[in-house]
Design a protein around this ligand. Sequence first.
Ligand code: FAD
Length: 459
Amino acid sequence: MPRNDIAVVGAGLVGAMVATLLTQRGFRVSVFEKRSDPRKAGFQGGRSINLALAERGLHALRATGLAAQVLEQAVMMRGRMVHDPAGHSGLQRYGVDDSEVIWSVSRGGLNNLMLDAAEAAGATIHFDQGLAGADLDAGRLMLRSMDGTERSINAPVIIGADGAGSALRAEMHRHSPLGERIEELGHGYKELEIPPGKDPSAPFAIERNALHIWPRGHYMCIALPNREGSFTVTLFLPNDGEHPSFRTIAGAAAAEGFFRTEFPDALALMPEFTNDWAAHPVGTLATLYLDRWHIGGRALLIGDAAHAIVPFHGQGMNCGFEDAAELADLFAANPSDPAAVFAAFEATRKPNADAIARMALENYVEMRDKVADPVFLRKRELGALLTERCPTHYLPRYRMVTFTHLPYRYALERGQAQDVLVEQLLLGHESVASVDIEAAVRALQATLPPLPAEAFDRG
Ligand code: FAD
């Protein structure tokens, strides 16, 4: 293999993205994927699983030329529709208007589109070729197909996009320890479904253009819309401990009882609840931290293989797409020195991955608890007012993460500084109406420097 050949392990969302972007920049890319080709498996029915796509992911999709096609198949979500225990609901917008929204996309549909794009760009995808071993010093990969056939290939430059349980990561770690740490969240998730309504002209049983949340303190349900009118519902709950937890809710009948008490309005929309509960496993949630993402210029991890995070900011894929775009830019600038490219990638991306990992954990508490908390709502209201009155100096952290390309690390640090200020401004005030807003703007300008230009560069 000449230097310009790159092997990618994993043709999931990030593997297909990086393969497309590198091929577009003139590299010869071969992708090795454990599963068979999902496009050939045909329509498998069953549930739709979706993901929230935001600006960082869209930015990478624009570079592949796929953005318009993806958005055509997506459902816009303007904000959080928060459902309280009494059955009332209200929309908390994410941004100022429809220029600041997120998109619910089908995971399978997006993956298929991206596989098509990678092949159209010129990448070769080998399905049913799982990584089974690697000799990184010799630049060789061992691949195994489902019938047990094994082969070994030359691969001097390898990118591991094989997800949270990465086999390449295990091989790299065996070669030179990566400093791996996995922190279990202690909470798991179960996917359920609100099917489309019977009336084809109005198939959505609840507001279509929102991400629905039923916050209940230590746990919550969320629902994201699918194009055909269904919603993918996810319950997040502690695995063990006092009721309610996945351990104390034994079986579908007990789960139905729990939903009848805690989420009666959602339960009423899920006629297949007990079947879904019995059929779908409890998913685990954890954050993966590594000290090192690469071994010289031989192998590099990206996406979930390098930094799997909990899903509460809806940024795992978005961050992985940003990884892919930045890696492709670095390779384009320095095509013949993968060691330098990998080192530069790790140096810029790792602090950002650490920051989004932390913000994703914090967002779980915000979503399940704080969105219904009056103090949180007051801070949010004052933040929105400061953004309106002084947009050069204040942008809520959620919007920096979701609608801009500001580095995640910057969003984390700026968000902390803004938070301290807003708390000070609200001291002694029961409502935002009594805050002297002109004085608040002066305090903001005196305390924090203006936001960088990237804060205003959308798209
Ligand atoms: P994966 O999607 O895991 O793909 C890895 C690929 O590698 C797969 O195709 C797999 O078959 C293949 N593979 C595995 N082992 C091997 C092997 N040995 N050899 C060859 N191939 C192999 N992110 C968002 O941005 N927005 C969201 O709303 C969102 N919601 C989420 C909700 C939940 C419940 C969860 C769990 C995650 C969510 N995420 C979300 C995160 C997102 O799913 C991941 O960040 C994203 O899928 C990572 O992509 P990836 O390509 O790195 O890994």
